[in-house]
Design a protein around this ligand. Structure first.
Ligand SMILES: O=C(O)CCC(=O)C(=O)O
Length: 260
């Protein structure tokens, strides 16, 4: 089964959700000219990392963003790996990835498990405690957020339960671009899965972001890579490749879960 995927590598207006909804709406319209099956947005795309103002700008129960994505999914008949949002719950704010199918239904939400101390996430955000496994068109995928890619055992927890592609939504800073690329390629090779990684471009008051969204096949080949600036990055992924490569080098059969 094949999926055409488009990553919206967008710049994000700092702490200005209305502006970001407008930008996303335009980019989705532009992306739909090539008729993708799945559109992917970056991490915290409605607010950026304006963590000190989350009290006023976080999305209550992610309701506004879910509504926005549901409308676009129904209008264009497209699935969304809808990036993550600052999701205001009763006990705090989570960084939550939203999966909406092309009927406009919320399929899954995943809240970032590993909070990134270097960007103060632990001071403002609450960690999630569930996996990012979800299904679209009866195929199983995993969704994780930015810093999560530094935890190979967390990614394996998804691929060992059947994920054939891993979606990564991110605001990955430019100084560690080489880590971004190497970690994504390593996760693809060791899990023999597609990796679709959507980063943001631009900067905020504290960070410059790397861009370089990537789509990588289960052999670790980069099939599409964006530059540093705003860009729509598309590629077709063919899931039969996952089965073929897992048959050729059967790492899932050869693992020794009795020892590790
Ligand atoms: O791990 C890194 O170097 C970047 C992580 C990050 O920026 C994030 O999780 O938001």
């Amino acid at each position: 089964m094949k999926f055409k995927i488009t990553c919206l590598q967008m710049d994000i207006a700092f702490g200005d959700p209305n502006k970001n909804y407008e930008t996303a709406e335009k980019l989705i319209e532009e992306a739909m000219r090539e008729i993708p099956d799945i559109i992917v947005l970056p991490e915290l795309w409605t607010t950026g990392y304006d963590l000190t103002r989350l009290d006023s700008i976080a999305d209550k129960a992610a309701a506004k963003t879910i509504g926005f994505l549901k409308n676009a999914a129904k209008k264009y008949k497209v699935h969304f790996v809808g990036g993550s949002v600052a999701n205001q719950g009763e006990n705090g704010v989570k960084n939550t990835l939203l999966i909406i199918n092309n009927n406009g239904q919320l399929v899954h939400s995943y809240s970032k498990l590993h909070l990134f101390k270097l960007m103060d996430e632990h001071l403002y955000l609450e960690a999630g405690n569930e996996k990012g496994l979800f299904q679209l068109d009866n195929r199983t995928f995993g969704g994780v957020i930015c810093y999560d890619i530094r935890f190979p055992e967390w990614i394996r927890a998804h691929t060992s339960e059947g994920a054939e592609a891993l979606f990564v939504v991110a605001e990955w800073p430019a100084p560690r671009l080489s880590h971004w690329k190497s970690l994504l390629i390593a996760r693809a090779i060791e899990n023999q899965c597609f990796v679709i990684a959507c980063n943001r471009s631009g900067h905020d008051p504290n960070n410059e972001f790397a861009g370089h969204s990537m789509i990588i096949d289960p052999w670790g080949e980069v099939i599409a890579e964006a530059g540093a600036n705003k860009e729509l990055l598309s590629a077709v992924i063919d899931l039969t490749l996952v089965k073929d490569i897992r048959k050729q080098i059967p790492i899932f059969e050869d693992r020794r879960p009795d020892l590790y």
